[in-house]
Design a binder for this molecule. Structure first.
Ligand code: B12
Ligand SMILES: *[C@@H]1O[C@H](CO)[C@@H](O)[C@H](O)[C@H]1NC(C)=O
Ligand SMILES: *[C@@H]1O[C@H](CO)[C@@H](O)[C@H](O)[C@H]1NC(C)=O
Ligand SMILES: *[C@@H]1O[C@H](CO)[C@@H](O)[C@H](O)[C@H]1NC(C)=O
Ligand SMILES: *[C@@H]1O[C@H](CO)[C@@H](O)[C@H](O)[C@H]1NC(C)=O
Ligand SMILES: *[C@@H]1O[C@H](CO)[C@@H](O)[C@H](O)[C@H]1NC(C)=O
Ligand SMILES: *[C@@H]1O[C@H](CO)[C@@H](O)[C@H](O)[C@H]1NC(C)=O
Ligand SMILES: *[C@@H]1O[C@H](CO)[C@@H](O)[C@H](O)[C@H]1NC(C)=O
Length: 433
């Protein structure tokens, strides 16, 4: 930890190192606004139980200039009370997301951040992440998605952090960018947003650091952008459908690190719109994470003065709520094969009503044999998260978790949302990421 941003400016030389700050976006046109209605109604009609979930949604609605004051007031209230009730228990990234939401668009919520000293709490939580990495083989308390959120928010809200330390931490070779051996697009995208914020602050002279730091940050952005683009699929999605929104944000703010021919933004946008119409974003946090990019917005816009007025004015949200996707067929039962895999495999066949989700199967199995199929679950912003099976608990320090699969393939939805099919082979695996 050599340099902090209080140190003197290195100088104008820095400017020459950096490409201009163009920001290329593609966004939904007015005639496509209708596609956004289902996203907005998912966010409008949900019950909010998690502070992080409310914060994600509030941030998203504010960034796109959504007009419903009642809804924004409710969400803001929930976010603030989640701080008042359990500030000390929030993870670093949860607190960062809350600050981002409250600080977006310069509303009176901003004073809450300062009255409650949230920036200095975040500095401490960020410090604890770094200390944990030191004592636990480079593993943060949470994960690099959250560590990136921390840096992004400390940068946007002028918190104190070491530029040199962060530049070292965010080296693209760091194992924390990878989950199950795969580059995590969500994580890489959040890191690009954080590094870009730092880069801009350095150029503007808001923070001071050595020339070496700036070079390093530039190199990291370049190489992360390359990795993100390498996860681009034939249909334009980047990573999977749920990482695409954040990848788009990262690519918007880093457009001078790739050639125009390397990314067809319109194709990505069109595929996302198709997925929206098929109901892919049917939980509020998924809707909240895709929406800003569709309107050409990024989390870096949070600190801009005039960024939160939507270009196309207000949305015309249909009061019509999309019908639930469950089939109206008479209730019938289906059977699935369910296994718990540790080193040994424990299997059973479970019968559940059609339309059941993975979690229902686990509950049925638990009734059959509590010792073998007993499990614990925690509420999270994405729904229920499995924390232990047979008493064996997931542990971030060891990078262990319970992975869910169907037919041997990892699922891209959680146990609360994945709808099971007759004859399917479901598994929950004790795994390392
Ligand atoms: C880090 C991460 C993980 C880590 C979490 C542990 C850790 N070390 O932090 C690991 C690798 C273990 C993991 C596991 C899974 N994950 Co994950 N994960 C993420 C990631 C990159 C960041 C989450 C985060 O910290 N958010 C920020 C904080 C502030 O919010 P939070 O709500 O407090 O975060 C907690 C929850 O998000 C929870 N969590 C993480 N993943 C998932 C997935 C589900 C379904 C649920 C309910 C909760 C959950 O862990 C976080 C830390 O405690 C997100 C990306 C994203 N866009 O959000 C994907 C993401 C949330 N995960 C996803 C998935 C699919 C999974 C798995 C279901 C994969 C699988 N086949 O097993 C499992 C969960 C299985 C289970 N046990 O219930 C999807 C969810 C999509 C969806 N529609 O539901 C995402 C969006 C990635 C993606 N692009 O597909 N994940
Ligand atoms: C605004 O949000 C509230 C929920 O907070 C909802 O009941 C109301 O219908 C919304 N208004 C519009 C115009 O969508
Ligand atoms: C904080 O978390 C601990 C352990 O998870 C729990 O026992 C405690 O009740 C929580 N405190 C609050 C205020 O939520
Ligand atoms: C900023 O943080 C560093 C440690 O990371 C510390 O040495 C320094 O005193 C802090 N400065 C302020 C103003 O808090
Ligand atoms: C809003 O949408 C509804 C139905 O889609 C339409 O009838 C109405 O004219 C639209 N209003 C505006 C202001 O565009
Ligand atoms: C489905 O299973 C439940 C419980 O085993 C049973 O009560 C019910 O009659 C079954 N329904 C059908 C349509 O088979
Ligand atoms: C269920 O799955 C397990 C593990 O994949 C397998 O060993 C077992 O034969 C399967 N059972 C049935 C009835 O398909
Ligand atoms: C649960 O499964 C274990 C291991 O197969 C077995 O030893 C035990 O007797 C079973 N318990 C019940 C209640 O069936």
């Amino acid at each position: 930890m050599r340099q902090y941003h209080q140190l003197p400016l290195v100088g104008f030389l820095l400017f020459s190192l950096i490409p201009s700050q163009l920001c290329k976006t593609c966004e939904v046109t007015e005639e496509n606004d209708v596609h956004l209605n289902s996203l907005l109604s998912t966010m409008t009609t949900s019950k909010y139980t998690s502070g992080t979930q409310s914060a994600n949604v509030l941030l998203s609605l504010r960034l796109v200039g959504m007009q419903n004051q009642t809804l924004k007031q409710q969400l803001s209230q929930q976010v603030r009370s989640s701080v008042e009730m359990r500030e000390s228990n929030l993870s670093s990234g949860q607190l960062a997301m809350i600050i981002l939401a409250l600080g977006a668009c310069h509303t009176p919520d901003e004073t809450f951040i300062y009255d409650h000293h949230l920036i200095s709490h975040l500095q401490n939580k960020f410090q604890a992440e770094i200390e944990n990495m030191g004592t636990h083989d480079g593993n943060p308390l949470t994960n690099y998605y959250q560590v990136s959120l921390d840096v992004l928010v400390l940068c946007l809200f002028n918190g104190n952090y070491s530029v040199t330390k962060v530049a070292d931490l965010f080296s693209p070779e760091n194992k924390n960018y990878y989950l199950r051996g795969q580059f995590s697009v969500d994580t890489g995208a959040m890191a690009v947003l954080a590094l870009t914020c730092m880069k801009r602050s350095l150029i503007n002279g808001n923070i001071k650091a050595g020339e070496e730091d700036l070079k390093e940050i530039n190199n990291h952005i370049a190489s992360l952008v390359k990795k993100i683009l390498s996860q681009k699929k034939e249909n334009g999605l980047i990573g999977n459908i749920f990482s695409t929104g954040e990848a788009m944000q990262a690519l918007f703010v880093s457009s001078n690190y790739y050639k125009e021919s390397e990314w067809n933004c319109q194709q990505t946008l069109d595929t996302v719109l198709t997925e929206i119409s098929q109901g892919a974003f049917n939980i509020p946090i998924a809707a909240a994470q895709i929406l800003p990019a569709l309107m050409g917005k990024t989390y870096l816009d949070v600190s801009k003065d005039s960024s939160c007025v939507s270009g196309s004015g207000t949305f015309n949200i249909s009061s019509h709520v999309p019908k639930s996707v469950t089939t109206p067929n008479p209730p019938s039962n289906i059977s699935v094969n369910y296994s718990v895999v540790i080193t040994k495999t424990y299997s059973t066949t479970v019968t559940v009503p059609s339309g059941s989700v993975f979690l229902d199967v686990m509950e049925e199995a638990q009734k059959i044999n509590e010792t073998v199929f007993g499990f614990t679950v925690e509420k999270s912003s994405w729904g229920p998260y499995i924390t232990s099976v047979q008493g064996l608990k997931a542990n971030n320090n060891e990078r262990t978790f319970w992975e869910i699969l169907s037919g041997g393939k990892p699922l891209s939805q959680g146990v609360g949302n994945y709808v099971v099919h007759d004859g399917e082979s479901l598994e929950i695996h004790w795994s390392k990421y």
